[in-house]
Design a protein. Structure first.
Length: 355
């Protein structure tokens, strides 16, 4: 059996709450009273009501200020707020709406109007709850499918590894290598989706270890040199002296660098070059830059390129999923860092990670 909707009434006058209680008596709502803004905030920290009736004129923390605070909190901003006010000037009502209020009702409160407005806001809250449940079910299903993809992909990679060790014709070996490479790419995408899901659910726990950026960068460049050479792209390094160690999650940071290098190679033209530059600036632990001389990125696309599933301008023959840069942004921010993009003159882009 569904519980009764709860209504938080915030008013510094007990008599006003008694009036509200009488007017809503037959509706079967669970009414909660808070006599001040501070008491309301304390109440919200332990109980989330379905709707808030908020008096404007209160001492210390008034209704407008309190409404701002509630709507600024991501845990409370979805709760509909009806401002209860004796003010009738259009400017005052506009202040209520600008503060984030969803509706308002004037004093003295009319019972018929109050019940109608509360029912209206509860319908909005119910729609929000239904949409949230639907999105959660979709995310749970997606995450389950993504997680279960790991098993068949592991089987494909294992079979490819066995075939690579057998006697094959050059053409057959090339096909096996293609299957192996593409399967690895799929594993990488699955892992990225799982990490993104953990970040969004606040369940990602970084595994910090000391690493030498010189060593990890050298190893990565070695891995990407053959891919770059195949595209006739020169891969250059500007690295600090070896020996200095920093504390990061090496697996996730390496994935960030792999995504940036892979994108740089993918969107660079033959005969160009890519620079991987690592430094230790005084104000940051590490600064990583991937500099290319490719197609470049428009100002409009820069505003949304780190959004999940945004693939920007489609280019023929270049596979795009819209996950790589979204993963990079979330992974870097999970480290407490920032990722940005700038133009490389005369042509190309500079991706910068600062942690």
């Amino acid at each position: 059996m569904a519980s009764s909707p709860s209504v938080l009434v915030i008013d510094d006058e007990q008599d006003n709450f008694d009036v509200i209680e009488i007017l809503l008596f037959r509706e079967g709502y669970h009414l909660i009273f808070a006599g001040s803004g501070a008491e309301a905030l304390e109440c919200l920290s332990v109980h989330l009501p379905d709707i808030i009736l908020l008096d404007v004129m209160m001492p210390e923390l008034d209704g407008i200020q309190l409404c701002h605070q509630i709507k600024a909190n991501p845990l409370w901003c979805h709760i509909p707020i009806i401002m209860v006010t004796a003010l009738t000037a259009k400017e005052d009502l506009a202040l209520c709406l600008d503060a984030g209020a969803d509706d308002f009702i004037s004093k003295p409160v009319n019972g018929l109007e109050l019940r109608a407005r509360v029912r209206s806001m509860l319908r909005i809250k119910q729609q929000y709850d239904q949409l949230k449940a639907l999105l959660q079910a979709r995310d749970d299903l997606s995450n389950m499918i993504i997680h279960d993809l790991n098993n068949p992909l592991a089987g494909v990679l294992f079979s490819c590894e066995l075939l690579r060790r057998s006697e094959l014709q050059p053409k057959q070996r090339k096909k096996i290598e293609d299957i192996f490479r593409l399967s690895q790419r799929m594993v990488s995408l699955v892992d990225s989706l799982l990490i993104i899901a953990k970040v969004q659910a606040d369940r990602l726990v970084l595994d910090y270890h000391p690493i030498d950026m010189y060593e990890i960068s050298q190893a990565m460049v070695t891995d990407f040199e053959a891919i770059a050479a195949h595209r006739q792209i020169k891969l250059l390094c500007e690295l600090p002296e070896p020996g200095k160690q920093i504390e990061v999650d090496p697996v996730i940071l390496r994935r960030v660098m792999e995504n940036l290098l892979s994108n740089a190679i993918k969107f660079s033209s033959s005969g160009s070059q890519i620079i991987l530059r690592i430094s230790y600036p005084p104000e940051k632990t590490v600064k990583i830059q991937v500099i290319d001389y490719g197609y470049g990125i428009s100002e409009e696309l820069k505003q949304r390129i780190f959004e999940k599933y945004d693939v920007g301008t489609f280019r023929k023959g270049i596979a795009q999923t819209g996950l790589g840069l979204a993963f990079c942004k979330m992974a870097v921010e999970a480290h407490g860092g920032m990722i940005s993009i700038d133009n490389n003159h005369p042509q190309g882009s500079i991706f910068t990670v600062a942690i």
